[in-house]
Design a binder for this molecule. Structure first.
Ligand code: NAP
Length: 371
């Protein structure tokens, strides 16, 4: 009988706890061990999502038995765990891999390759999370349909395919995509770190200079300032480990905003029209993957009436027909006039079937594309 592989999850917080919970619920064929503070490991043992517990200083005992070590702590602590693993005199299990879930990648990958070796460390970043933290916030649907970015170096291209790491990511329900670490940080600076800073700055500046205006703020301001509710500690290490790319994104934004100011000052409304047109085209590209992306979802757009129980009228027949809705979003609804629902399916056949079924029961729908 072949032995079960051993997966060590280091840092039993939101992400680490969710990984253990999901793999346990799905009865993934592996022994899951947890490395965290005594309080978290005891709780994880009590709820049965790990079978063995270790403290951070016992990482050597973990190194010797793990086939896969997933570092799920804050970024600065990921660095210290990589140092502890490198300093431990215990041998690695043959073929063992180490990965992480940190939100920035170049510094982490460089440190991982240098300390643990390019045959051992592959940086990762699941694009899933929430504003909550700690083990109690764990969620066994957190990674479902989420993109999980891996950043192998050039000489690591063979390490991912068929690995236990790949199996775990796919079992969690995520969509795996490989991207170079430097490009990851450039992209994330632009589409995650800059929006966070813009949202925080907008909210803070409005609160400071014109606080009474907040009482009339509508959905636009609410959408733009939602990220201002984020808690700070995780962001500090993101700013620390991706400062160059973030500064570049801020610089580009300042230049663009200056152009916008000049357009208004000069009354050049044709240029403003072009800007809005260009911006709208950009917005429509959100989540449309580039060539080479795998495991995409197919999005179906459904027009719904503003009536009680409308969402179940859409969802129930689809699930009864055995269709697997991988994601659902209410894009827009206005009282009295209905709205738009976005449903995602894992294959074009499922999406086609959903559209046919909905149209048969008089609910207008169409395939919008791949997301
Ligand atoms: P979390 O819920 O706070 O969990 C992190 C766990 O790490 C804590 O529960 C804690 O467990 C342990 N830890 C060790 N040293 C720590 C320290 N100095 N400060 C705080 N906790 C420490 O955080 P998370 O959201 O799971 O994030 C973990 C990693 O995922 C981070 O590197 C983050 O960049 C990345 N990430 C987060 C999100 C998100 O939206 N949350 C998304 C993608 C990636 P013990 O108390 O047991 O030590």
């Amino acid at each position: 009988m072949s032995q079960q592989p051993v997966i060590a999850v280091v840092g039993l917080g939101l992400l680490g706890g969710s990984i253990c919970q999901t793999l346990t619920d799905l009865e993934f064929d592996a022994q899951i061990i947890g490395v965290s503070s005594p309080r978290s490991t005891q709780e994880a043992l009590d709820i049965g999502i790990i079978s063995q517990a270790y403290q951070y200083h016992e990482i050597g005992q973990v190194k010797v038995q793990a086939d896969l070590i997933l570092l799920c702590t804050p970024i600065q602590h990921i660095f210290s765990m990589m140092e502890s693993l490198a300093q431990s005199s215990e041998p690695w299990k043959p073929g063992a891999l180490v990965s992480d879930v940190g939100s920035t990648k170049l510094e982490i990958c460089q440190k991982g390759w240098q300390l643990l070796g390019t045959d051992r460390f592959i940086g990762g970043h699941p694009m899933a999370g929430s504003e909550k933290n700690g083990l109690s916030a764990r969620d066994n649907t957190l990674f479902e349909s989420a993109l999980w970015l891996l950043c192998p170096s050039e000489d690591q291209s063979d390490l991912v395919q068929g690995s236990l790491l790949e199996k775990v990511i796919l079992t969690l329900g995520s969509r795996l995509h490989c991207v170079e670490a430097e490009l990851h940080d450039q992209w994330l600076a632009q589409v995650s770190h800059l929006p966070q800073l813009l949202s925080s700055t907008l909210s803070s500046e409005t609160f400071q200079s014109l606080p009474d205006s907040l009482s009339v703020a509508g959905p636009g301001f609410r959408d733009m300032s939602r990220l201002a509710l984020s808690s700070y500690p995780m962001w500090e290490s993101i700013f620390q480990t991706n400062s160059q790319q973030i500064i570049q994104s801020i610089q580009n934004y300042i230049e663009k905003l200056s152009q916008v100011k000049e357009i208004i000052q000069s009354g050049d409304w044709q240029s403003m029209d072009q800007l809005f047109d260009h911006a709208s085209q950009g917005r429509q590209q959100v989540n449309i993957p580039q060539k080479g992306w795998s495991q995409n979802l197919i999005e179906v757009i459904v027009r719904v009436q503003d009536q009680k129980g409308m969402i179940s009228k859409v969802v129930v027949p689809l699930t009864e027909a055995g269709l697997d809705i991988r994601d659902i979003q209410l894009l827009k609804i206005r009282e009295g006039s209905g709205g738009t629902l976005s449903l995602s399916f894992s294959s074009i056949q499922q999406a086609d079937q959903a559209v046919e079924l909905l149209n048969q029961i008089g609910i207008q729908s169409q395939i919008r594309g791949i997301i």
